[in-house]
Design a binder for this molecule. Structure first.
Ligand SMILES: Nc1nc2c(c(=O)[nH]1)N[C@H]1C(S)=C(S)[C@@H](COP(=O)(O)OP(=O)(O)OC[C@H]3O[C@@H](n4cnc5c(=O)[nH]c(N)nc54)[C@H](O)[C@@H]3O)O[C@H]1N2
Ligand SMILES: Nc1nc2c(c(=O)[nH]1)N[C@H]1C(S)=C(S)[C@@H](COP(=O)(O)OP(=O)(O)OC[C@H]3O[C@@H](n4cnc5c(=O)[nH]c(N)nc54)[C@H](O)[C@@H]3O)O[C@H]1N2
Ligand code: SF4
Ligand SMILES: [Mo]
Length: 718
């Protein structure tokens, strides 16, 4: 009789860090439920958690390395695969220079402490300037602004959702995404609790989202114009109220400069471009000051747009001047058990940087050691000195996730060598010459090395692997370290590298977490038992370390003991924003925005039949007035065309989308040739890729983040 047992761990699929209880009998998963004893999530889960079983069992999930042969792939052994990976990378670098190899780290590498801790080591060892990641299609503006204002890119400002009385959400839909840069399991209940204690929630979004439905007020905003709206809010605050700086007053610099800049953004002037009535703007501003505590929170809608950095700067500024910065119920800073700021330094990830080098073709500045992924394809395709010849992807699917996916498709197909560390043969990895698949997520241990930095409460939890990894399989970190040590060997095998690699192999990610815990703020101290891996191993539901606490000025870097409200780079960029106010964009085009669905997760979970059940989700939302003008009715096929491409997609006519705006989710488009995803690629599931419409030339010129929101498109009956 196989033994029946319950295994506790954290769901790693999104940022919410829900505790789950997995009931197993032998190697069979009987159920996946919320873990009521998890002190953070208290039993909450979403429909994606049970799909962990689907990922684990998925026959399409790769178990052995695949090597390209002709038009197809053959399985090879691990030694051969790792030798080949290192040899090919070494060869390209020897012939064409270090930077001829580019790297791209995708989103799941943040949700898995193996690649989170080990991928940066491989990237560093490659010593290439062509480093890319999903950061520049996501939160780069948040990081760059944190670097400019606070001196460290990982000083994320976390909305203290559990104590606030007033929350204004710009461009985020936590009821679908479950919260982002705001790890808050059971976010719906946390939002409802704001209302239950007499508070208010406002959502500013070009679509009446699930979150807007729940909110007390929804304000439509024209895509890409939030920075004007936010500046106008700052304008009202600084004209009509006295900045409430409180304990951070001695730290704040640049307030007068912001005040001068904000003078151009009177609500009456902002109304036209943003579509938000002037009196609404004024009220939004004053409510944020007059209700205490209050918090302004901006997420991906305000980050993946042409003024992403301006938006994050102005949101921070609003929280500062309303007295809601580093203050309960406003934005706060975490105290994670493994201090990610120190850990990042240990991994050679700096506190931030800007403009140390530039992308080859368009000359976009590096930010935080990376180049904008919107420039990757052109730096592959454009011949000349310094052309990229090889790419390593780790947990990334740039063909579906980055702007102008068809160009990315072409670029990847042209490379001399593509190495993918990835469990699936998908839209991106089909271009690989070698695919190295890691073990199933349930065959590895888990610690959220990154997400605790953005959590609304300080907690810590480590979970062992549920199942032993089958013989002849490897977790991400072993694959990565295997390549790195071979590369070191090919370069002469310095003693120092050999010793470091041997130590890393012995420690693995768990050993590194143990070191981090012991050296961290709750670690072992004289005469007091603190956190360590063995201590966490005895706490299968995790430990609660308390609510967020004031961290200013202590959390600021030693040589940046101030909060800069007017960083030079952001101030200089205001010229670009001001010019946009009077630019007439009304040329009859509709503006494309994205959306997320609770049962979907970026591009890679459409192979779960359970999650795909229900009505098709890859549809174009069109406002009734636009639909009537275009002669489109529900379920009609529309041809949507942008500067870079065209797709055919069924229409959903709805008053929930702002007039002049259309919405298409990203992460679909699985019908591409050679994809081995039997459920996702079915015609009823495959959908089309929104990123075949998004434009690599639309970019936040300051941060380099892709402007995936507000893409001009033409829509017609197909
Ligand atoms: N139009 C539009 N585009 C967007 C967005 C949008 O809102 N609109 N959102 C952007 C955002 S926020 C993000 S984060 C990016 C995501 O962009 P990416 O990170 O490039 O893509 P994902 O869809 O997350 O794909 C993850 C890949 O990792 C693999 N994978 C899953 N788990 C593991 C693992 O444990 N180990 C390894 N090695 N591989 C694994 C999957 O098979 C898949 O190939 O997309 C961006 N693109
Ligand atoms: N179920 C599910 N959960 C996820 C993911 C997923 O794919 N599925 N992805 C995860 C990832 S990688 C991330 S980064 C997070 C993202 O988490 P969120 O930021 O909450 O993401 P979205 O749900 O895409 O919400 C973005 C909102 O911005 C709006 N928007 C678009 N353009 C603009 C604009 O110009 N201005 C304003 N004000 N709003 C705009 C859109 O209409 C949309 O409602 O979600 C994570 N969680
Ligand atoms: S919200 Fe869903 S996907 Fe996200 S961690 Fe919780 S159970 Fe997993
Ligand atoms: Mo993301």
């Amino acid at each position: 009789m196989p033994e029946r047992r319950t295994h506790f761990r954290t769901c790693h699929l999104c940022e919410a860090m829900c505790g789950i209880a997995i009931e197993v009998e032998g190697s069979e998963i009987l159920s996946i439920r919320g873990d009521d004893a998890d002190p953070f999530s208290k039993g909450h889960i979403c429909p994606k958690a049970p799909a962990l079983a689907d990922i684990h069992k998925d026959p399409d999930r790769l178990r052995r390395p695949l090597k390209r042969q002709g038009d197809g792939f053959v399985e090879i052994g691990w030694d051969e695969a790792l030798d080949l990976a290192a040899a090919r990378l070494h060869d390209v670098q020897t012939r064409h220079g270090r930077s001829a190899v580019a790297t791209y780290l995708g989103n799941p590498s943040v949700h898995n402490h193996g690649p989170a801790l080990f991928a940066p080591m491989l990237v560093k060892a490659l010593r290439t300037k062509n480093r890319y990641s999903a950061t520049s299609v996501d939160q780069l503006p948040h990081q760059l602004v944190a670097y400019f204002m606070l001196g460290h890119q990982f000083l994320f400002q976390v909305p203290d959702i559990d104590r606030t009385r007033h929350m204004v959400i710009f461009g985020g839909n936590p009821l679908a995404s479950m919260g982002s840069l705001m790890t808050a399991p059971g976010v719906k209940a946390r939002l409802e609790a704001i209302q239950a204690r007499g508070g208010k929630i406002v959502v500013v979004d070009p679509r009446r989202t699930e979150t807007a439905e729940l909110a007390d007020e929804h304000v439509f905003v024209r895509p890409g114009t939030d920075a004007i709206l936010l500046f106008s809010i700052v304008h009202v605050l600084l004209r009509e109220r006295t900045p409430r700086l409180g304990h951070i007053a001695p730290l704040v610099r640049g307030l007068e400069r912001v005040k001068e800049l904000a003078m151009d953004y009177a609500p009456a002037r902002a109304e036209g471009p943003t579509g938000v009535p002037a009196d609404t703007i004024r009220r939004l501003a004053l409510e944020l000051y007059d209700t205490q505590p209050a918090v302004a929170y901006g997420r991906i809608g305000t980050s993946t747009q042409a003024f992403g950095a301006q938006c994050q700067w102005l949101i921070s500024t609003i929280n500062v001047v309303t007295g809601n910065f580093d203050s309960p119920g406003g934005v706060m800073f975490t105290t994670p058990a493994v201090d990610a700021l120190k850990a990042a330094a240990g991994l050679g990830i700096g506190r931030g940087s800007y403009g140390r080098w530039k992308s080859r073709v368009r000359g976009f500045p590096e930010a935080g050691g990376e180049l904008p992924v919107a420039t990757l394809a052109e730096d592959i395709l454009t011949p000349g000195e310094g052309q990229i010849r090889a790419l390593v992807t780790i947990a990334g699917n740039p063909v579906l996730s980055t702007p102008n996916g068809t160009q990315m498709d072409r670029a990847l197909a042209s490379l001399d060598f593509v190495l993918a560390i990835d469990p699936f043969l998908n839209e991106t990895t089909r271009h690989a010459h070698l695919i190295l698949p890691p073990v199933s997520p349930l065959e590895r241990s888990h610690y959220d090395a990154a997400l605790h930095v953005v959590a609304v409460r300080n907690t810590a939890k480590w979970s062992p692997a549920l199942f032993d990894a089958p013989a002849g399989t490897m977790p991400d970190w072993e694959i990565i370290l295997g390549i790195k040590s071979r590369l070191d060997g090919l370069r002469g095998g310095r003693l120092r590298d050999r010793a470091a690699n041997a130590l890393l192999r012995r420690l693995g990610p768990d050993g590194l977490v143990d070191v981090g815990l012991r050296l961290g703020p709750y670690g072992l101290r004289k005469g007091r038992a603190g956190l360590s891996l063995s201590r966490l191993a005895r706490e299968p539901h995790g430990v609660d370390l308390g609510p967020l606490e004031r961290r200013m000025p202590g959390r600021l870097p030693a040589d940046h003991k101030y909060i800069d409200l007017a960083p030079a780079k952001l101030v200089a960029d205001v010229v670009r924003l001001r010019a946009s106010i009077d630019t007439k964009t009304d040329d009859g085009k509709l503006l494309l925005v994205g959306r997320r669905h609770l049962r979907s997760n970026n591009s890679w979970m459409h192979n779960s039949a359970k999650l795909m059940a229900g009505k098709p989700r890859c549809t174009l939302l069109v406002h009734p007035t636009d639909a009537a003008r275009l002669g489109l009715a529900d379920t009609d096929l529309a041809q949507v065309t942008s500067r870079v491409g065209s797709v055919r997609v069924p229409v959903e006519v709805t008053g929930d989308i702002m007039q002049g705006v259309v919405s298409l989710p990203h992460g679909f488009g699985h019908g591409r040739k050679g994809v081995r995803l039997s459920v996702a690629a079915r015609s009823e599931n495959a959908g089309v890729s929104a990123n075949d419409l998004t434009d690599d030339k639309l970019i936040d010129e300051l941060s380099g983040n892709a402007a995936l929101s507000g893409v001009p498109v033409e829509v017609a009956r197909a």
